[in-house]
Design a protein around this ligand. Structure first.
Ligand SMILES: NC(=O)c1ccc[n+]([C@@H]2O[C@H](COP(=O)([O-])OP(=O)(O)OC[C@H]3O[C@@H](n4cnc5c(N)ncnc54)[C@H](OP(=O)(O)O)[C@@H]3O)[C@@H](O)[C@H]2O)c1
Length: 246
């Protein structure tokens, strides 16, 4: 898959590990300029040390909503423009089958939803004005139904799907691409403890996400998921409940 990334000006939020780190690496390797955002700046620095003229790390906790507008401006000033923004920050704490932890749930709401809104609203405002750019939100197949395993994680991903669709419906006419990515399991720190045998390698996931970066719409990373989730989404609720999918 050959992509034209040279000179692309990108912001990746959640770039210190997993999908975001691999996206930042592939973007930099392809010749893009990348502003990388996360709390673990030691990890961001490693990529910046390899590509000092292309990778610009910024420390940020997405819970600090108030600092987003200034930091967004700082990123676009550093990059001297913006072609692409990818919101990858996310948390999925393990939740027991009878556990209702408001602390864990609010953390998911803040990182998976509120942080995305704070960053992507800034990008939407700018891109609506320039009539140019791509906005990518990382959803999940977990957001396609209200599965019993981790209710708020599933709900946060359903939120991402609907928010991205609404942005797409606002911005498509302005020439801005809005892309929803729905991965199944990917080999990252988030899934390491779950022992999932068929998780997608993170390198492949990032390659596919970059392949879709200018293709407005919703994309499952695994082609078979397009069919499986077409069916799963149509199972009547009482039957879905009896299936008890986690
Ligand atoms: N792995 C999967 O199977 C899978 C499947 C479907 C969807 N996804 C989604 O893909 C996205 C990336 O997940 P991943 O698997 O790559 O997980 P990961 O390796 O755990 O990476 C999560 C990223 O989120 C950042 N993050 C977490 N809390 C943050 C905070 N408070 N402020 C700023 N950044 C924060 C982390 O950076 P710091 O900790 O350094 O701040 C890290 O860079 C998530 O939205 C996840 O829900 C993953």
């Amino acid at each position: 898959m050959s992509l034209k990334l040279i000179g692309t000006k990108a912001i990746v939020i959640g770039a210190s590990s997993g999908i975001g780190a691999e996206l930042a690496k592939q973007l930099a390797e392809g010749g893009a300029l990348v502003a990388t955002i996360a709390r673990r700046t030691d990890r961001l620095q490693l990529l910046s040390d390899r590509y000092p003229e292309r990778v610009f790390p910024f420390a940020h906790d997405v819970n600090n909503i108030a600092e987003v507008p200034d930091l967004f401006q700082k990123c676009t000033d550093t990059l001297t423009g913006l072609d692409l923004i990818i919101y990858c920050s996310g948390v999925m704490p393990q939740v027991g089958p009878h556990e209702y932890s408001t602390d864990k749930d609010i953390d998911m709401v803040n990182v998976n939803m509120s942080g995305a809104v704070a960053w992507l609203n800034c990008a939407a405002t700018r891109m609506e004005g320039t009539g140019h750019g791509s906005i990518i939100g990382i959803g999940s197949v977990a957001g396609d139904r209200g599965r019993s395993g981790n209710p708020v994680y599933a709900a946060s991903k359903a939120f991402m799907h609907t928010y991205m669709e609404a942005l797409r419906n606002r911005l498509a006419r302005k020439g801005v691409k809005v892309v929803t990515i729905k991965p199944g399991p990917v080999q990252t720190e988030m899934t390491a403890a779950l022992g999932i045998s068929n998780a997608m390698p993170v390198e492949k996931a990032a390659q596919l996400i970059l392949h879709y970066k200018d293709r407005t719409g919703e994309h499952y990373l695994s082609p078979v998921h397009r069919i499986i989730f077409y069916i799963i989404k149509r199972i009547p609720s009482p039957i879905f409940r009896r299936l008890n999918l986690k």
